[in-house]
Design a protein around this ligand. Structure first.
Ligand SMILES: Nc1nc2c(ncn2[C@@H]2O[C@H](COP(=O)(O)OP(=O)(O)O)[C@@H](O)[C@H]2O)c(=O)[nH]1
Ligand SMILES: [Mg+2]
Length: 315
């Protein structure tokens, strides 16, 4: 996705410093006692360089940013829950405004400078120009910071494949979601002792019955949205917008009470998508400890059986 490679947005002052430095290089070193007739075109050019440099850098930031309205639904919703969408839009439009304002100021001050005929006037116009430009740049300082924050946030978005049959793996923390992902796919996801320590959703791919299948490890207990952390929000949206099948894991060794695990299954059902129920850690249980439950829930207890079942459900 294009939002993975948005260029870094620098601090406002950095853009100004770069532009001024570039301008100072033009026709330097400064010759002492330069005649006014030579000084004026040089300063005129310098204003032009500062203006062009700033306007093009700021313009690029806006052009470089992905078009927010064109995001696929999953990403659009993800963006809305991870950044202040209105603030992001406002930041982009303010930066665009600044680029235009700087162009305008540059034109205006170049004209004023062309009309000067002595050093004090030249200095006045030069100072006035720098003052106005600095003030415009200062006004978008927070906007640039916000664009950089949003860029970093988007960089952590999972890169999901579209048009690939997608299975989400859900269940309470520590039930074995990530472990199952690694058993089903060729990926080696991060397996964490602690719940929710990863920044991104774990993804994996497998070929099942000659079809490519995308698996997403979707942690979270579907608490109220305001209580969800970033990764849980991503997981929720992945289930809502991307899942075509959900594997719900029960862990009968009960890192979390079975009653709570059953309640979460209830919430998962409300997405109204096909669900396969899988019992993890059967190697830690005696056959009689999971058979009754497996029958009651029509649950699957082995990886091979799970793969076959997924194969049957692929559209
Ligand atoms: N014995 C056994 N341990 C498992 C199994 N699946 C997961 N675990 C362990 O349970 C813990 C939590 O697993 P993890 O995959 O990180 O759970 P997640 O939080 O749901 O992603 C880890 O220590 C795993 O090694 C299993 O089938 N058998
Ligand atoms: Mg995990």
């Amino acid at each position: 996705m294009s939002f993975q490679d948005i260029k870094r947005v620098e601090k406002a002052q950095t853009y100004l410093d770069i532009a001024v430095k570039r301008a100072l290089k033009h026709n330097s070193p400064k010759k002492r006692g330069l005649a006014f007739e030579k000084a004026r075109p040089r300063e005129y050019d310098r204003i032009g360089i500062i203006g062009e440099n700033l306007a093009s850098k700021l313009g690029e930031i806006v052009k470089n940013y992905p078009i927010l309205g064109e995001f696929p639904e999953f990403y659009h919703e993800l963006l809305k829950v991870t950044v202040d969408y209105d603030k992001l839009k406002k930041s982009l439009s303010n930066v665009k405004w600044a680029a235009n304002k700087i162009k305008e100021l540059t034109r205006e001050h170049k004209q004023r400078m062309a009309r000067t005929n002595e050093f004090p006037q030249l200095d006045t116009v030069k100072k006035a120009y720098l003052g106005r430009v600095s003030s415009v740049i200062a006004q978008i300082s927070l906007n640039l910071e916000y664009l950089e924050f949003a860029r970093r946030t988007m960089k952590n978005f999972p890169v999901l494949k579209t048009g690939v049959f997608t299975v989400c793996i859900a269940g309470f923390p520590n039930v074995g979601k990530t472990t199952l992902l690694s058993k089903l796919t060729t990926s080696t996801p991060e397996i964490n002792e602690y719940a929710f320590t990863t920044k991104q959703l774990n993804l994996g791919y497998a070929d099942i019955k000659e079809n490519k299948v995308q698996f997403i490890d979707t942690p979270g207990t579907l608490a109220r949205p305001e209580k969800m952390n970033n990764i849980e929000k991503q997981a929720y949206l992945a289930i809502k917008y991307q899942a075509e099948l959900i594997i719900y894991i029960f862990d009968l060794t009960e890192p979390y009470p079975l009653e709570d695990q059953k309640k979460l299954l209830g919430k998962i059902k409300s997405f109204d998508k096909p669900i396969i129920i899988y019992i993890s850690k059967t190697d830690l249980l005696g056959q009689n400890e999971f058979t009754t439950f497996a029958n009651e829930y029509k649950a699957i207890t082995s990886i091979e059986e799970l793969k076959r079942e997924i194969g049957k459900r692929i559209k």
